[in-house]
Design a protein around this ligand. Structure first.
Ligand code: FAD
Length: 469
């Protein structure tokens, strides 16, 4: 028979259960991408994600062309496109890998019901996570809200077995009216993406290269290096994972087999890294069970919390990296330039926005949604609610990061600050973390004075918290 495979955020051919099953069970397959951003509710991909998607789809198309086929690209209503193509190709089955955002779940269950009604088989597969969000349950049978017990439950069930190989394809089904990837106009016309292109190689091959760089070196010192933003101490796999160019199973297998192959004395401990990757499954577990949390506080005690009114001038300075607080500004400029920000710095910019500036975490989550190449509804929601103190397993609200202490601790030599704040490049090491202590330095460099006093603004946040409810 003939099968259609819907590619969404699983832009890979290896370890792709939907693709492998369709290829194994059918004489002909059609690889399909339907661009339907309006089906993602309020969370259509932002500008940086669209840039990534453009390149990742092009790479997938090239890979399929090398195998004698192509990626059939279409836009419009997913159900209509699938119906049209099933008619054209005589397909009797449609396969896809599941997504877990509320809008995607609703779309996919309609799709499944409508196709089955027409006598077309519809099969969804598990390809994005280690484990389906409903498979991990507390002893009482409910979802977890705290990470540690969740991980204690999940970890023993994970296997480092080899992932699915790239399947062989009997034949590609032919269909007319496919669009070139360019027709989706995902890549911006104004050229602001140079920094992204210098930093990233979207696609399956780029994902494996990134994994190799990490596995060759930094994984051995992950615990020591992961909090230092000047170092490449983390895997930087987040955009590749978001777009499904690589799966947690593939990462696990690769790291595990390398560890086994190294001599016992020098065997790296990959557990801390696997545990961190576990946060991604946990974030999806939370989003699945608490689908209101991208817009509402997880902790109901914050439902009526008084944030400061949205202030566009304040938000603008934060977005542009002109707050006058070096570590915050360095992070926001790294984000603008590369589409990514180090996790430690994400926590600090988020704490500064929600505590010192008292702006609602929604404003920060939106800005990152548009500017991150790894923007991910589950992970972004968890990250913001955690820092804002409104989340499930969150830092308490009254824990306000001090960006100066953090900067001295995690960027002691100031190399991260100098990289992203060129106007302070020549500042004396002692002043770099607090340039306002030398008004002459601010005048000469043009670097702004702090937009708020750190101690006073922290106190105001604590007062607001004490009055909550
Ligand atoms: P590594 O340390 O190498 O970790 C490996 C992988 O594990 C990551 O690629 C990611 O998929 C997962 N992971 C690691 N930490 C977390 C975490 N805390 N929560 C969920 N998954 C995690 N991550 C996103 O992928 N998309 C987002 O939109 C996002 N928004 C965030 C917003 C805020 C305010 C905060 C504090 C964190 C956010 N994170 C987000 C989580 C984290 O910062 C990034 O996943 C991480 O910095 C990516 O870099 P890496 O791949 O080098 O991480």
């Amino acid at each position: 028979g003939t099968a259609l495979v819907l590619f969404r955020r699983d832009l890979r051919l290896e370890d792709n259960p939907a693709w492998s099953t369709a290829c194994a069970e059918n004489g002909r397959v059609l690889a399909l991408y339907v661009h339907a951003p309006e089906e993602e509710g309020q969370w259509a991909p932002g500008a940086a994600s669209r840039w990534w998607l453009h390149h990742s789809l092009s790479r997938l198309d090239s890979r399929l062309r090398a195998a004698g086929g192509r990626l059939h690209v279409a836009r419009g209503d997913t159900l209509e496109v699938v119906r049209e193509l099933a008619g054209q190709t005589g397909a009797t089955a449609v396969h896809w890998n599941r997504l877990y955002e509320p809008a995607s779940i609703a779309r996919d269950s309609n799709l499944k019901a409508a196709l089955r009604e027409q006598g077309v088989e519809a099969h969804s597969h598990s390809g994005a996570l280690w484990s389906e969000p409903w498979q991990v349950e507390t002893k009482q049978g409910g979802p977890y809200k705290v990470f540690s017990p969740y991980w204690r439950n999940l970890r023993p069930r994970l296997s480092a077995a080899p992932p699915l190989p790239v399947p062989s394809i009997a034949a590609f089904a032919q269909a007319s009216n496919g669009l070139p990837v360019e027709a989706l106009e995902l890549s911006p016309r104004i050229h602001w993406t140079g920094g992204l292109a210098d930093t990233w190689q979207p696609g399956e091959a780029g994902a494996h290269e990134m994994l190799e760089i990490f596995a060759d070196d930094a994984v051995n010192d992950y615990v020591q290096l992961r909090d230092l933003p000047a170092r490449h101490g983390t895997s930087r796999l987040s955009p590749h994972l978001h777009f499904g160019e690589i799966s947690p199973r593939q990462i696990h297998h690769e790291l595990d087999s390398r560890a086994r192959a190294s001599s016992a004395r020098r065997r790296p401990d990959i557990e801390p890294y696997l545990r961190q990757l576990g946060w991604r499954d946990f974030a999806h577990h939370l989003l699945f069970h608490f689908p209101h949390t991208p817009t509402e506080s997880f902790n109901p005690r914050f439902a009526r919390f008084r944030w400061a009114d949205a202030d566009h001038a304040v938000l603008g300075r934060w977005q542009r990296g002109r707050t006058g607080i070096p570590l915050v500004d360095a992070g926001m400029r790294e984000l603008w330039h590369t589409g990514w920000m180090h996790n430690r710095v994400r926590m600090i910019v988020a704490s500064f926005l929600t505590k010192n500036l008292r702006q609602h975490w929604h404003h920060g989550a939106r800005w990152l949604w548009d500017t991150l190449v790894d923007a991910d509804l589950a992970n972004n929601t968890l990250g913001w609610q955690w820092v804002a103190g409104t989340g499930a397993d969150a830092a308490p609200y009254f824990r306000v990061f001090n960006p100066v202490t953090q900067s001295r601790k995690f960027d002691a030599e100031g190399s991260y600050l100098r990289r992203w704040l060129p106007e302070l490049e020549d500042a004396d090491a002692g002043l770099l973390h607090e340039p306002w202590k030398d008004p002459g330095l601010l005048r000469r460099s043009g670097y702004p004075a702090p937009m708020v006093d750190l101690a006073q603004s922290r106190q105001k946040a604590l007062d607001a918290y004490a009055r909550r409810g």
